[in-house]
Design a binder for this molecule. Structure first.
Ligand code: FMN
Length: 350
């Protein structure tokens, strides 16, 4: 199977497998405020990720490129949507274009369509410093995402089996590029141990890419003769992962949320748990493929408006205020966090 065919399979199978299970955000409840003191028109959605200023905390997460014409068109349309809504956007792994220059155009189209936008480059943690620089230069990226995808590789018949040396390679990539580096998961979440190990690399942010959205174990199981069903239940749900990452990160690196984030309430809850931004991948692709670019632009605009409505109700005039709003954490997420030594009272009594 060629890398380019695999990219097309991932698009098709991610739409068929869909959202896999709950991501834990259903365990989070806001505390209603009857005297919020806010005005909808004054709500400020600006946020900062590793020194980058974003006009909104919502971003389109890494998906594609590297699979010929079809992935070029998807990236073109995602870039148009990002431009029209002024949202940051990541491209999918650029390794295909580093190995085969003919695939470069499937990524470059994103910068062509959105010359002034905030765009994230993307490579896996097998990257070399030279490849990191090449990926950033290819799309004049504003940041580099380095993805971690151990479970996907193990589930993939032709995947990697050697996961040594990643922390060292990430640290070398950070030194090589002149943009902030974001280390991201791909739907299995990051816990305290992972974030602690990454703190020494000099990265600017982690995107926890939690469990409960697109599930690459399910996707790869479709492509295996003998599936590995236990991997489909593997991972740290998004809600618990945001809190774990934030606990480890303190104010040393920014935490970004993703993994099954589908609506404005998910976004607001992710930010209240400590994320500086929230990314959507599968949901954007689904709207784009089912209903087109105009519909995606409309849905993203609605997300921004609804987020501002939620912030108004909570009395949170900006993202910093939303980080401080009280939250009730119940169910499995409550149990998980307390088992991991994270006191949930810090959220409910602040
Ligand atoms: N993440 C990467 O870092 N690099 C990739 O190349 C990449 N390819 C993806 C392809 C598809 C079709 C999808 C749906 C996701 C891909 N992802 C990739 C993972 C997403 O960026 C995200 O971490 C994951 O899908 C969870 O978010 P979601 O539930 O909003 O989809």
């Amino acid at each position: 199977m060629t890398r380019s065919q695999r990219k097309l399979d991932h698009i098709k199978l991610s739409m068929e497998t869909g959202r896999h299970s709950q991501n834990g955000l259903e365990d989070i409840t806001f505390v209603h405020q009857s005297l919020p003191g806010t005005k909808l028109k004054d709500i400020n959605l600006n946020t900062k990720i590793g020194g980058l200023s974003l006009s909104s905390p919502i971003f389109i997460n890494a998906m594609t490129g590297g699979g010929g014409e079809k992935t070029l068109e998807i990236n073109r349309n995602l870039a148009i949507a990002a431009r029209e809504t002024d949202l940051a956007m990541a491209v999918g792994s650029q390794m295909a274009a580093i190995r085969d220059w003919q695939e470069e155009k499937t990524f470059k189209v994103v910068r062509e369509e959105n010359p002034k936008g905030i765009i994230f480059a993307n490579l896996g943690s097998e990257l070399s410093p030279e490849q990191a620089c090449k990926a950033v230069a290819m799309i004049e990226a504003d940041a580099l995402q380095i993805h971690l995808n151990v479970i996907q590789e193990l589930a993939m018949p032709e995947g990697d089996r050697d996961f040594s040396g990643s922390v060292q390679r990430i640290a070398e990539a950070v030194k090589a590029v002149d943009v902030p580096v974001i280390v991201k998961e791909t739907g299995f979440g990051m816990g305290l141990e992972t974030v602690n190990a990454l703190l020494e690399t000099g990265i600017a942010a982690v995107d926890i890419g939690g469990f409960g959205g697109t599930n690459f174990a399910s996707i790869e199981n479709f492509r295996r003769n003998r599936p590995l069903p236990f991997l489909e239940e593997w991972g740290i749900p998004t809600a618990a992962s945001i809190a774990e990452a934030n606990h480890a990160a303190g104010n040393k690196v920014t935490v970004m949320a993703s993994g099954g984030i589908h609506n404005s309430l998910d976004i607001a809850k992710s930010i209240a748990l400590g994320a500086g931004a929230a990314g959507l991948a599968g949901q954007c692709l689904r709207i784009l493929l089912d209903r087109g670019t105009e519909a995606l632009i409309e849905e993203l605009e609605i997300l921004k408006t609804e987020l501002a409505v939620i912030m108004t109700a909570l009395g949170a005039a900006n993202i910093k205020d939303l980080h401080k709003t009280p939250l009730i954490i119940s169910g499995r997420t409550h149990h998980w966090l307390n088992q991991r030594g994270i006191d949930t009272k810090q959220f409910s009594t602040r």
